[in-house]
Design a protein around this ligand. Structure first.
Ligand SMILES: Nc1ncnc2c1ncn2[C@@H]1O[C@H](COP(=O)(O)OP(=O)(O)OP(=O)(O)O)[C@@H](O)[C@H]1O
Ligand SMILES: [Mg+2]
Length: 402
């Protein structure tokens, strides 16, 4: 891409967010050149349901980005989201091919291909494969097997799958916006790329991105991706609960959430607030305490789903770097205190790291993460070196480039 500018497009259910940035080779920070957020139609629970509507929102954003950076955007990195995205574990086994028994990069490719050779359910595709550990002649826990010696060569991987049609819709929306699509990255991994430091990934951490209608989870330990999931519940569900609980319309409920919402007990809990609903032409009265209870119930439900997932992988209460919350839903006051209580772990709000000027808005974590992934891919293509665990193995979406 010209001038090393990388553009990430986050197609969210509530809005599309676009960031264009360039990595400074000296400071290694990403210099933000343009940043745009616009409302979007045609996305349902994180999935592109109307290619036409999404393409038109992308076009509008890119027009604005091009004015800000004063040049044309040729291609972008985009996200894919939705609860159809799932992960499972798999293993691969091959014999080391070279006579001197040194493991070559071809052996690494072969063993990973072997781990991918299992039946995928109808309409689903493997999006990516992440090695957790390599095993040489029974010796486990090897991260970089290149040039090591052995005969029996195995790998344990995490396979990420998704519905092909949903992912194709995302690709089509980008292509219909007259842009090249360099790659598609799923939401939990995009957020993690900009928000989670390598140190936290090494120690053990869970990142939770609370969007408008989805919540995604990615868990890392020893630098490896251990687990990911996308749940079809987000911050808009809180708005819906407020509308039902306070018997008002959605716009008023959203206004109440943004201005008075909280999910931890505060001093003024008994205070009665009044908001006028333009749609219903009436005044809604509520106590802050009652509003908090409505919000807390929904946020706890989301945290319970995540806790159950952490339990399944035996990581509940066992992640030393704790929980990082991001996405628009993480802006709710008191949410990290509630998370701390529920998960019994340290918890904080995460926003993109190493972007200048600093982006403190957690809604931009996915768009910034796409820029980070794009920059890593550009570099790995330039050096064309296999860098072991953590590297994406299959640049699946290249096939969509026109
Ligand atoms: N200050 C705030 N307090 C509470 N909630 C907020 C705040 N700001 C934004 N939100 C909520 O965050 C949500 C939007 O977040 P975000 O932009 O991350 O979602 P999205 O990416 O469009 O959706 P998704 O990832 O689910 O497809 C909305 O539900 C909005 O009400
Ligand atoms: Mg989102």
């Amino acid at each position: 891409m010209s001038n090393n500018i990388i553009t990430g497009i986050d197609i969210g259910t509530g809005s599309v967010k676009v960031v264009s940035a360039r990595k400074n080779p000296e400071t290694l920070n990403f210099e933000v050149l343009a940043k745009v957020q616009k409302p979007i139609l045609g996305v349902r629970k994180g999935v592109v349901s109307s290619v036409e509507d999404v393409a038109s929102a992308i076009k509008e954003c890119i027009k604005e980005i091009e004015v800000q950076i004063n040049e044309k955007v040729d291609g972008v990195y985009a996200n894919a989201n939705g609860s159809h995205i799932s992960c499972s574990s798999s293993q691969g086994l091959v014999s080391v091919s070279r006579a001197d028994q040194k493991i070559s990069s071809e052996d690494i490719d072969r063993v990973i291909q072997a781990a991918k050779a299992f039946p995928v359910s109808k309409n689903k595709e493997i999006i990516d494969v992440y090695p957790k550990e390599f095993i040489i002649d029974g010796e486990r826990g090897i991260k970089d097997p290149l040039d090591m010696q052995g005969v029996r060569f195995e790998v344990e991987v995490l396979v990420v799958e998704g519905f092909s049609q949903y992912i194709k819709n995302t690709s089509q929306a980008v292509l219909d916006s007259e842009l090249q699509l360099y790659d598609v990255v799923i939401n939990p991994l995009a957020s993690a790329s900009s928000v989670v430091s390598s140190k936290d990934k090494e120690r053990g951490v869970a990142i939770i991105d609370i969007g408008a209608s989805t919540t995604s989870l990615a868990v890392f330990e020893e630098g490896n991706l251990l687990h990911l999931a996308v749940f079809p519940i987000g911050s808009n569900n809180i708005t819906n609960d407020i509308a039902i609980g306070l018997k008002t319309d959605i716009d008023t409920a959203e206004e109440i959430k943004l201005n008075f919402g909280s999910c931890s007990a505060q001093k003024g809990d008994k205070k009665i607030e009044k908001v006028t609903s333009k749609e219903l032409e009436e005044v809604v009265s509520f106590s802050r305490g009652n509003l908090r209870k409505i919000i807390e119930a929904r946020v706890s439900e989301v945290f319970d789903l995540i806790k159950a997932d952490l339990e399944k992988i035996s990581k509940n209460q066992k992640l030393p770097s704790g929980i990082i919350l991001t996405g628009g839903g993480s802006e709710l006051p008191g949410i990290s205190e509630l998370a701390k209580k529920e998960f019994k772990l340290p918890c904080r709000i995460g926003h993109p790291l190493n972007f200048t000027p600093e982006i403190v808005d957690p809604k931009f974590s996915v768009a910034c993460g796409l820029v980070v992934v794009g920059s890593d891919l550009d570099n790995s293509e330039e050096s064309s070196m296999f860098s072991g665990i953590g590297n994406k193995i299959k640049r699946f979406f290249k096939m969509f480039i026109p």
